[in-house]
Structure formats: C-alpha cells, structure tokens
Design a protein around this ligand. Structure first.
Ligand SMILES: Cc1cc2nc3c(=O)[nH]c(=O)nc-3n(C[C@H](O)[C@H](O)[C@H](O)COP(=O)(O)OP(=O)(O)OC[C@H]3O[C@@H](n4cnc5c(N)ncnc54)[C@H](O)[C@@H]3O)c2cc1C
Length: 377
C-alpha cells in the first residue's frame, strides 16, 4: 500500500498548481490523474490577467496569443481596444501538461492513468481506492473537476452552467484577422454568449449559457458556427461539458480530512463561465491553510474554509448577482453599452482584470440600469 502525506486527485490546473506549491515547500505529495498528459479538456483556454498573479512560475511558453482587442456583438458589433492584454490564450492540453510537469519538477509524485474510484475516511487517515491499489494519505484534496468523485459525498446541491466548444481551421486570411482579438456574441444563446478565441493554428469557437435547461447547447453552437460561416468540414474536436456553479445553500469545500478545489468545489464565475481564475485562487488558499497548520489537518481544513469564506465566496456572490441582472436585462444593458463604448470598455476591463476592480462592476451596471430608468437607451 502506498502512503503519502497529501494526495491530490486530478492533475488539471488547480490540482497541479496545489501540488507544485506543497511539493515546493518540501511536503510529501502525490498527484493521481485518471488520464495521461497531454490530455484534452473542453475549454476556451482564455486565461485572464487576474489569474496571472496566482501562477508563481513563468508560463509564457504556453501562451498562444495575447488579446488586446475585443469585438462584442448583440444588435451590432462594437470594437474595443485596451493598452494591455485582457486575455491570454492557451491550449489546455499544453497548459495543463506544463503545470503538471512543474509540480513533478518540484518533487510531487505523479500517477497517471490512475482513476480514484472511492474515498474512505478513517479516524487518522483517508484511503483512496484506485485501479492500481489503495493509496493512504493524511489529507486528500479533490481537484477532480466537474464530475468530482471526491466531492460526490460532500456536496448535496448541484448547479451547472454548460458550454460546448469546437476547433475551427479557417482560411489563412480569417485566421490572420482573428489574431490578438476575442470575439464575443451575446445574441446567439439565452443567458450566455458565443465566443471565438484565436489559438496558434486554429480558432476555438464555443457557446456558454448559465441557463442550460433553457437552451439546446448543440443547436446553439450549430447556429453560431453557421452565422460565422464555419462549415462542418472546418471543424474538429467538438465537445460539451458542464461548468459547476456555487449555490447559496451548499458551499461545502472541506470536511474531515478532505478539501475540494477548482471545479470540484464549484467555483466558476456565472457571468463568463471562467473557472481557472477562482480555481487557481482556491489552490493558493488551500496551500496557505495546509502550510500554516503543518501536520494539524483539522486546523488546515477549518483554515481553508475560513479563507474561502473571506476571499472567494463574497466575489462569487457578487458575480452571481451581476450575472442574474445582466442576463435578465441583456437587451437593455447591451443597447445601452453599444451606444457608450467608453462605458463598455470600462465594464469589460473590470470583468477581465477582476478582483478589487470587479467590485466596481455592480456600480457600473447600476449606472446602466439608472440610464434605462431615465430612458436613455
Ligand atoms: C467548453 C468550456 C469552456 C471553458 N472555457 C473557459 C475559459 O476560457 N477560461 C476559464 O477560465 N475557464 C473555462 N472553462 C472552465 C474551466 O475549464 C474549468 O473551470 C477548469 O478546467 C477547472 O480546472 P480544475 O483543475 O478544477 O479541473 P479540470 O481541469 O477538469 O481537471 C480535473 C482533472 O481531474 C481528473 N480526474 C477526474 N476524475 C478523476 C478521478 N476519479 N481520478 C483521478 N483523476 C480524475 C481529470 O482527468 C482532469 O485531468 C470552460 C469550461 C468548458 C466546459
């Protein structure tokens, strides 16, 4: 039987980042991953600048494009530009492989092709049952994504957004015109948007909705692709996947000797579906709680819950309110923003750069809604 101090289930960005931080601090960590890198994860691969500070190693080699321009469409298209990048484009297969290799380089043990089937909590340790035999750990972290096996017995209430994505190889002139620019279209799906993100040799095209029950995601992706003139022959690698969102009634992220980070803890931003930012942030907070309470796993668990309550939940609560107002009044909000490109620039800048600035979003939205009441649309 294998024994480690800390076992992390899932070598996506959140699990690998946490493994790196703990191994780098000299802790005995094993990463258990059911597939093998480089593996494909359905994702837009848009990493916002606010996420950058959470990744303490240079990851520029994984960046395929830096976007300073955005084309936003609803009734009509508005072109926006910023001095600095508002989104970095990565291909998740390469980005995730790089972060996992970084964790290994810092000393984390890695077991790939190892699926965790069940979790057994005992008084002084946790046993993970895997297809390669049991693994014993003092502390377990579930970083196993949207369908978390580790979180299955912990979180009672589930709520999901949904996104579907495909890769498109257009003619070279279209590819060239798309470089350095994100295209977002709010007219293609209720409660969400369609996107085109430039990667090195292809475009990542997808649709996201926070109301998955109201929208057939595949049909909306088809319509968006058709609107953009991308025929079936240009597309490969089409996939859909849920994005877990927090609920007010169940924000469980830790119990006994088990913590959850990233999608396993349901941390995506409901406005955009962005999950890597809060996911990496949760990995940082988990590392902080574990390292501060060396060997005291009960204190690490409660420390992590406290940090989440102080830092991440208030932001996600704010994002939830923002998303429900924004998508409910989408027609009015977009009409207002389309006539005021400066306000639109400010709004999207706050979304992409986030954190403290993000708290300014509600006041900006308040200005938009106040304008609507005064019938300035
Ligand atoms: C179509 C789509 C587009 C998106 N676009 C963006 C975007 O542009 N920007 C953004 O920030 N977010 C985006 N997201 C959200 C983002 O993909 C997730 O929030 C992010 O991947 C969460 O990272 P994670 O490390 O928590 O989980 P994951 O990246 O899902 O990694 C979990 C890992 O756990 C492994 N695993 C699962 N079960 C087990 C098991 N039982 N045993 C062992 N290993 C296991 C998996 O193989 C996987 O490697 C998008 C999501 C979707 C669906």
């Amino acid at each position: 039987m294998q024994k480690h101090e800390i076992a992390i289930v899932g070598a996506g960005p959140c699990g690998s980042l946490l493994a790196f931080l703990l191994a780098d601090a000299g802790r005995d960590v094993v990463l258990l991953e059911k597939s093998r890198h480089p593996r494909n994860k359905p994702c837009g691969g848009g990493i916002t600048p606010k996420t950058r500070e959470f990744i303490p190693v240079a990851w520029d080699n994984s960046v395929e494009d830096e976007c300073r321009r955005a084309s936003l469409c609803y009734h009509r298209t508005v072109e926006l530009e910023w001095a600095e990048p508002v989104c970095y484009m990565v291909q998740r297969s390469r980005f995730d492989e790089f972060l996992c290799a970084t964790a290994r380089g810092a000393g984390a043990a890695l077991w790939e092709d190892t699926s965790v089937r069940s979790v057994e909590k005992e008084r002084n340790h946790v046993t993970l049952h895997t297809e390669r035999g049991p693994v014993l750990a003092n502390l377990v972290v579930g970083a196993d994504g949207a369908h978390s096996r580790v979180g299955a017995g912990m979180r009672r209430v589930r709520r999901y957004a949904f996104a579907a994505v495909t890769e498109v190889c257009p003619e070279p002139s279209r590819m060239e015109a798309s470089r350095g620019k994100i295209s977002v279209d709010f007219s293609v799906i209720p409660g969400g948007y369609g996107w085109i993100f430039p990667k090195g040799d292809h475009l990542n095209v997808g649709v996201y909705t926070v109301y998955p029950q109201a929208a057939s995601i595949a049909a909306h992706l088809d319509r968006y692709l058709e609107k953009q003139g991308f025929g079936e022959a240009l597309q490969t690698n089409r996939r859909g996947f849920p994005i877990p969102l927090r609920t007010e009634s169940d924000q469980t992220v830790a119990r006994d000797r088990v913590l959850l980070v990233g999608d396993a803890a349901a941390l995506a931003d409901p406005l955009t579906g962005e999950g890597v930012h809060a996911g990496c942030w949760s990995a940082l907070l988990a590392a902080e709680a574990i390292l501060k309470n060396s060997g005291n796993y009960g204190a690490a668990v409660s420390g992590y819950e406290r940090l989440m309550g102080q830092k991440i939940w208030p932001q996600l609560r704010e994002s939830d309110r923002l998303a429900s107002v924004f998508y409910r009044y989408l027609h009015h909000a977009m009409s207002y923003l389309e006539k005021r490109p400066e306000l639109a620039r400010e709004f999207w800048h706050a979304v992409f750069l986030g954190q403290q600035e993000k708290l300014r979003l509600l006041p900006i939205l308040g200005r938009i809604l106040a304008g609507l009441v005064r019938r300035e649309v």
